[in-house]
Write a protein that binds this ligand. Structure first.
Ligand code: ZN
Ligand code: ZN
Length: 298
């Protein structure tokens, strides 16, 4: 009933100011009467900022494009879905990190550099980075999106990823954004590719923040996953690399010659998937391949 009222108010062509006020008031009422269930721990809580983070484009005004990174924090974006305790468990990836695989060093001092593992076995990836550490709340959010079909999380998680991209990359250094594809069998079973959902709204988001994104193309058809592979979960580093070998190819109609590509995926574990994609893309003529993920396993 309360949802019906909100939807009714959104649709009804009332005076904009009055409509916003009524939506705000019903939001307060909803929060008081209907607490939310934390998606990570299952406890009930009263979201402090459900309205602010409703993420309904029509309601969110990006009034100041300079402070969006401050507002696109895990805590703020996830406030309608997580209790405070779970929200606080998020650890963002911060320097010093490995310049190649993006792992966060235990020592919190010093410059970014190449880690021992990447020196021993160099990656095809130019650089990689993630929004947060793959643990607790972030892990729960990714699982909810992928395995429980909570696709409403794709938008706030996509905003979190966007802010990581804008913080760590010079956007002029990227020509094409490519979500890591799923095999058609897995895609049909899940109904969506979570990596694509994360970047699906980026052009619109950039536009609303007055960020020039015109030179960047988002291409979900560029990479193809031809071979069915078992899940990488539970496999070791070498097994993962063997499991994913030759699983990808490039769509023949795509032009990637001398293009700078940003691969996007939900989680970076050993980098086997990203590295295999990078190998194929570089072989196909790409100039460089960078990797951005929501989470970095430690
Ligand atoms: Zn919780
Ligand atoms: Zn490394």
């Amino acid at each position: 009933m309360h949802q019906d009222l909100s939807t009714y108010l959104r649709k009804k062509s009332l005076n904009l100011g009055l409509r916003k006020l009524l939506i705000y008031a019903t939001g307060i009422l909803e929060q008081a009467v209907f607490p939310a269930k934390c998606m990570a721990c299952g406890t009930f809580f009263h979201p402090a900022q459900r309205q602010v983070c409703s993420l309904n484009e029509k309601d969110v005004q990006y009034d100041d494009s300079f402070n969006y990174i401050e507002r696109f924090t895990f805590k703020k974006l996830m406030s309608p879905y997580l209790c405070q305790e779970c929200s606080n468990s998020f650890i963002s990836v911060e320097s010093p990190i490995c310049l190649s695989c993006g792992i966060m060093f235990k020592s919190r001092e010093g410059e970014d550099h190449i880690c021992g593992e990447c020196i021993t076995s160099p990656k095809k990836i130019r650089r990689s980075c993630a929004s947060g550490v793959y643990d607790k709340a972030l892990m729960a959010m990714i699982h909810s999106l992928k395995y429980k079909g909570k696709i409403q999380l794709a938008r706030p998680l996509g905003m979190l990823l966007f802010s990581a991209f804008m913080s760590y990359w010079d956007k002029e250094s990227i020509d094409i954004i490519v979500p890591v594809p799923l095999h058609i069998k897995r895609f049909r079973k899940r109904g969506f590719n979570q990596s694509f959902l994360l970047v699906k709204n980026w052009v619109q988001l950039a536009k609303s923040l007055s960020i020039n994104f015109a030179h960047i193309e988002i291409d979900k058809h560029l990479l193809l996953r031809n071979r069915w592979t078992q899940s990488q979960t539970g496999l070791g580093r070498k097994q993962r690399a063997a499991n994913i070998k030759n699983a990808f190819s490039i769509n023949k109609s795509s032009n990637i010659i001398e293009k700078k590509i940003l691969l996007v995926d939900d989680v970076y574990t050993t980098g086997a998937t990203a590295n295999e994609c990078a190998k194929v893309l570089l072989r196909g003529g790409a100039e460089s391949v960078d990797v951005l993920t929501l989470a970095r396993a430690i």
